[in-house]
Ligand binder design. Sequence first.
Ligand code: SAH
Ligand code: SF4
Ligand code: F3S
Length: 459
Amino acid sequence: MEEKKTVSEYMEALKNINADKDFSACVVTYGCQQNEADSEKIAGMLQESGYSIVKEPALADVIIVNTCAVREHAEERALSVTGGYKHLKAARPWLKIGICGCMVSKSDMSEKIKKSYPYVDFVFGTEKLAHLPEILYHSYEKKKRIFVPNNGETEIAEGLPVIRESDFRAWVSIMYGCNNFCTYCIVPYVRGRERSRRPEKIIEEVRELVSNGYKEITLLGQNVNSYGKEFDGECDFATLISRICEIDGEFSIRFMTSHPKDASRELIDVMAENSKTAKHFHLPVQSGSDRILKAMNRRYTIDDYLALVDYMREKMPDIAISTDIIVGFPRETEEDFCQTLELMKRVKYDMIFSFIYSPRTGTPAANMEQLPQEVKSERMNRLLALQNELLAEKNESYVGKTLRVLVEGRSKTNEAKMSARTEGNRIVLFDGDESLTGKFINIKITKSAPFALMGELDV
Ligand code: SAH
Ligand code: SF4
Ligand code: F3S
């Protein structure tokens, strides 16, 4: 029987079997930052296996589609895009197409791919990321389709190679999975149970990033506030942040996502005390109605939530707060919805990500009585109108202030300007030099526009 190899050995083996070829690989990503971070590892493993990484699927000899399942629309897009790659096999019969990520971590979807997408060569679940070199190797050697579903594996693969999209901004996953089971959400079913990376591994990664010139590090997890639960009080999330802040160098630390039921006062204190933490808090509320929050199994009330917001603002008066809101959850009444609008007016968010509720098979809310599509759309339109109004007011409130921003490069929408982001993730356009890219600078805000701020260098 063939002996099982390590990830490195499989990467080496792939290099060897394709040694006489000049192969490229392309990774196409949908979904949240967690998926983007996973895709950077996929690209890293593929490069280490001898492939050059390209952005254009038509030029690739391996295409990996990393999918999302959070809403129906995300699944539809991933499926239609994958369908579009079928014809590429006519020109390159050796092309390998693989699908991974949250969508194919649902067994029904994996079955659907097996039956209806015969040109897909392999599928692997979110827990099986590090198995990619092995799967690809066997796909060449055994010439048969390979399906590797999740099976509750809790081991975290450390030290995988990674190709980062940016030279100054980096994702660092600190935990995987989710145990919360909000009734609308598919994530716990497709990402498995919560598991944390060892703090020393995280600190080592951040230290290396900082020494390589990275300026903004975002710690990722579905519920970062429950980080370290399995370490018996040895290192919780607030402790992790304060330990990271002790690393020497000029950098800023961010994190997402925080669940309001677990966001602690200690964490807010640590943020307030450390200048290296970006003064931004993403705190998804989902609904302004206690009745709906209960049906969503969120386990906090609007009073609890507002107390947290008030504490943050007391400790950090200029903190930017953003949120996620779901519109049209089953049995949401006009009154429930109006409470959400009231909450938006009360908190005055810096940013709101709003979504129409999308039933996900297998979650409890999918079996509840649903609202008609027209009601959901009509409420969404009203929410967006209010959101634009509040955002314009918020943008206006920054005029005259000087803000510390991280320069991202030339603006994609206005070539004449440079683009930067505030600590609260707002875009600021200004006249400046490209050499400022990747640097922290101070900008005086001169004007607000609907989707950005305008400013000038404050020297
Ligand atoms: N772990 C994060 C969020 C992950 S999903 C958290 O707890 O906040 C990102 C956002 O997608 C959620 O905050 C929610 O607003 C939205 N979302 C999740 N499931 C959804 C569904 N079935 N329909 C519509 N929006 C959904
Ligand atoms: Fe989904 Fe809730 Fe977990 Fe966030 S906390 S990933 S919304 S189940
Ligand atoms: Fe989507 Fe999975 Fe993220 S479902 S939102 S890619 S955790």
